[in-house]
Write a protein of this length. Sequence first.
Length: 256
Amino acid sequence: MSSNNNSNDFHNISQLYGKTLVSIQDCISAYANEQQYRQKSQDDATNNNNKTPCPSKVVFVDASWYHRPDPITNQLRSPSQEYINGPRLPRARYIDIDAVATTYELYPQRNPNNLPHMFPPPQLFGMVMDAYNIHNDDHIIIYARRGAVFTPRMWLLFVGMGHDENRVHLMQGSLEDYMENCGGVVEEYSLLLEDEDDEAEEKEMYYTDKYSKYFEDGILNVARLYNDLHSSSSSSSSSSSSSSSSSSSSSSSSSS
């Protein structure tokens, strides 16, 4: 490939672009090639003593969600706890369709009947994507554990909220299939912070320090994120409004 096409190298290498359904092998290859390309970009930047644009990422999204008890134990499984305990696909984000939603807690007037997993307002979805460090040119690969069958709902959420449809993919096969059949890289450690020594590992997560306070054991507290950022935004608007009013009053007084 010529150097003139560096910005498109990752898309060409990944072979994911434009595919809705992707094989487990496609996912493994795409992630490996993205890591290789990212390392090369970082090395080039270091050698040239400058910054190069970061290539788009492969982002695994754990969309596990269960609508009925486990047939063997007759108990409801906790997808968030399973994500925390591991295993997970590399640097996977766990996204809960009941949390990233128009909930009664956050939007009582929009959801007075407290209906579950309603589509979120774009503003909330944007906040969540910023916290997860997901951008519109990233390739999103949606997967779930065996027994969870609602991954298309997560695909619909991303596409419905405006993520490039050519970059949103459904992995054909479960996490267990990925591990059993292809031997791809997985994270097997737990994200539970049991002592201070674990904090270093937590900081290796995909989110930045700016958003770290909204995560606990790798799970995003969507309500806290929204309340904090919404309050900040409202305060800024009020300050701006007051400032405008003051300025306007000053002007009027001067004119008089």
